[in-house]
Structure formats: structure tokens, C-alpha cells
Design a protein around this ligand. Structure first.
Ligand code: GLA
Length: 393
């Protein structure tokens, strides 16, 4: 009898087990590459294979990039008679599982795209609406590791309900898949998506221009408190290397994404990167700020006209500081390193850390800052940054 009761309790527990997302994923912001920013609708099997190869040969994989994600336009025009999603056979002649296998054989992970509405955004291929469980099973059978789920053609759909349905479908399909919510921030996903997905877009799409990029940064300013290990604000994918900004501007773009603990999803042609682009995307010291296991998003500590100070707390009582010159002229700034080390998001009381316990690294110069004086003058070119890390001695 006792055994029977125990069995019933266990059975009831599983029957009532709350639907959930896969919790053990994306404990640091996901890193990878996606087709959209550079290749738009022009996706194919050869492209994905070429990019997966380049991710390895360029050093991107060694730097931590992992997911190769096909964005919009991979699916066929219609579903089949059973409602199954089909693949665009012309551009993906061997199907999607073949690509997933190839990517896995390189030690990488595979991501795909769909949409919560009736059609996808640019290519108007079938969306997931009403087919969530069926599609999730298909993706699991293809061994997909990451799903970006967009928000076009959603008419009167409720965002929280729609994304929760897909979350439940992914969970029911039984394969751990990172769930990337691409709702652009309209329904304030930061307020509810922690339980639903692993990352959520906070804004409209990035554009490969300085002013557009910096506008996205401004929109992250009040969101730091919503992010943490397994649930990240996503200010959109990277434009580094796509040609619309200068090298300095791309350094700034990349640094700010790392200060924001943003997902680092490159969006350039990995097969034809300049040495400058490689240096930026594979700067391991700056990436370590993004990937820090404390998982705190950085915040804008001070702003004074075109000059901003961003702070990100790191594990082991360390700290990253980014000095940003948004202006069109070089700035010479008086920097008090002792003050920056003590900077705290609550402004008061300051952190008790003492500068003598730390070394200060310049993460773009890749060298230690000599602390002969704790207050120093630092030159910052226009649209540029200095990024420092306080490293425990
Ligand atoms: C939306 C998304 C983009 C991209 C395109 C593809 O605009 O926000 O990131 O996925 O759709 O159609």
C-alpha cells in the first residue's frame, strides 16, 4: 500500500510537472554566427558549410563562437499535406539534418529560424503558428540546438502566450534547444521571458551604422536588472566586419555588446575577414567580459554629454570599465582609477575594493596600465572606447 501511494505521488508529480524551458542552457550569453545581417535571403547549403568551415579556420571557434544559425528563407513555400514544414530543396538539396550533422562534426552547434506568426518576416515562408508541437518535434529530429523565433504576421496573438506555447513544444520534444525570442521588445519580454526563453530581443533590427548601433545601446540602459545566467537581453546581432562602420566604431560596438552581456552572434562573412575584423571578433580579453560567469549586465554609471562610463561587475570581485566617447572629436579624460574601482550601481555606498589589490588591464592594448598615478589623463578617439579590467592581484 505504501509503495502504491508513493507511486501515485510520483505519477502525479510528473503529470503536473510544470512546463518549463531547458534550464541548463546559455548560462553565459550565446556566441555564434547567423546568416541574416550579411546574406539576408541568400542562404544555401554551400554558404552554411563554408561559414562553418570558416568559423573553425579563422579562430572564431577557438574564441568561443559555437552556434551556426540559419535565419529566414531556408523553408519551402508551403507545408506538406500533413502540415510538416518543408525545406527549400533548391538551396538545401540534402535537407537540414545533413547540415546539422556537418556542423556537429566540426564540434559546433546548429541553429535555425522560424516565426511565431503565420509567415516568416522577409521570405514569407510558413510560420509556426498552430504547428508549434509538430515543428518542435521536427527540429528535435534534425538535432537543432538553437531556435530563433520571430514575430511577423502575428495579428492579434499575445506574445507571452505564443512564446510560451513554443517553449512548451520545445520542452515536450525532449531536446535541449536554446530558445531565442525575437519579439523586438514591444511586449517588454524582459518582464516575463526569463521563464520562457534564454534570450530576447529588446529592440527593432540593428542597422550597420554608428548612429543606429548607438541608439540600440541607449535602449538597453534600464534593462540590466532583468538579465542573468540563462536569460539575456539581446540588443541584436553584430555588424562587425560588414562595412558600414569604421574599425574604431566596430571596436566600440563589440565592446559595448560585451559590457551588456549581450549574445555575441556575428553577422559578417567569416570567409573573408580583414585582420582588423578578426582582431575585434576574437579579442579574448573583451569576450571574457561578456562571458563572465557572474552573468551581470553592465550599466551606464555616468554620462556627461558625449562621454559615458559603463561598468560591469565580474566574478571574483573584479570589474570591467568602458569609457565611451560618443562625440566626433577626440577627448582627453581625467580618469581616477581608484574611484572607478569603487563605482557601484547603487551609487552609495561605494564598493570597498582597494586599488592596491588590483592590476588594471587595458583590454584593447592587451597590456597592464602602469599605476604610478591613480589619476591619469587618457585620450579617447571619436566614436571610440577604452576598456579596462580590474584584475585581482
Ligand atoms: C526580422 C528579425 C531579423 C531577421 C529578419 C528575417 O526582421 O528581427 O533579425 O530575422 O526578420 O526575416
Amino acid at each position: 500500500m505504501r509503495r502504491f501511494i508513493l507511486l501515485m505521488v510520483v505519477a502525479l508529480f510528473f503529470l503536473n510537472a510544470p512546463a518549463q524551458k531547458y534550464e541548463q542552457l546559455a548560462k553565459t550569453p550565446p556566441m555564434g554566427w547567423n546568416t541574416w545581417n550579411k546574406f539576408r535571403r541568400d542562404v544555401s547549403e554551400q554558404l552554411i558549410i563554408r561559414m562553418a568551415d570558416a568559423m573553425v579556420s579563422s579562430g572564431m571557434k577557438d574564441a568561443g563562437y559555437e552556434y551556426v544559425v540559419i535565419d529566414d528563407c531556408w523553408a519551402g513555400m508551403d507545408r506538406d499535406a500533413n502540415g510538416e514544414i518543408l525545406v527549400d530543396k533548391e538551396h538545401f538539396p540534402h535537407g537540414i539534418k545533413y547540415l546539422a550533422d556537418y556542423i556537429h562534426s566540426k564540434g559546433l552547434k546548429f541553429g535555425i529560424y522560424s516565426c511565431a506568426g503565420t509567415k516568416t518576416c522577409a521570405c514569407k515562408r510558413p510560420g509556426g503558428y498552430g504547428h508549434e508541437f509538430q515543428d518542435a518535434r521536427t527540429y528535435a529530429s534534425w538535432e537543432v540546438d538553437y531556435l530563433k523565433y520571430d514575430w511577423c504576421y502575428t495579428e492579434n496573438q499575445d506574445a507571452k502566450i505564443s512564446y510560451t506555447t513554443m517553449r512548451d513544444a520545445l520542452y515536450a520534444a525532449g531536446r535541449p534547444i536554446v530558445f531565442s525570442i525575437c519579439e523586438w521588445g514591444g511586449a517588454k519580454p524582459w518582464e516575463w521571458a526569463k521563464e520562457v526563453g534564454h534570450l530576447w530581443r529588446t529592440t527593432q533590427d540593428i542597422v550597420d551604422r554608428w548612429d543606429a548601433m548607438i541608439m540600440l545601446v541607449d535602449k538597453q540602459k534600464d534593462l540590466a536588472k532583468y538579465a542573468g545566467p540563462g536569460f539575456w537581453n539581446d540588443p541584436d546581432m553584430l555588424e562587425v566586419g560588414n562595412g558600414g562602420m569604421t574599425t574604431e566604431e566596430y571596436k566600440t560596438h563589440f565592446s559595448l555588446w560585451c559590457m551588456l552581456a549581450a549574445p555575441l552572434i556575428a553577422g559578417n562573412d567569416l570567409g573573408s575577414m580583414t585582420p582588423e575584423t578578426i582582431d575585434i571578433l576574437t579579442n579574448k580579453e573583451v569576450i571574457a567580459v561578456d562571458q563572465d560567469k557572474l552573468g551581470k549586465q553592465g550599466f551606464c554609471f555616468r554620462h556627461n554629454g558625449d562621454y559615458e562610463i559603463w561598468i560591469k561587475k565580474l566574478a571574483n570581485d573584479e570589474k570591467a570599465v568602458c569609457l565611451l566617447n560618443r562625440g566626433d572629436e577626440e577627448k582627453e579624460i581625467q580618469v581616477d582609477f581608484s574611484f572607478l574601482l569603487k563605482a557601484n550601481d547603487n551609487y552609495w555606498p561605494p564598493d570597498p575594493s582597494k586599488l592596491e589589490d588590483y592590476k588594471v588591464r587595458d583590454l584593447w592594448e592587451h597590456k597592464e596600465v602602469k599605476m604610478d598615478k591613480t589619476t591619469q589623463y587618457v585620450k579617447i578617439p571619436p566614436h571610440s572606447v577604452k576598456v579596462y579590467r580590474f584584475v585581482k592581484k
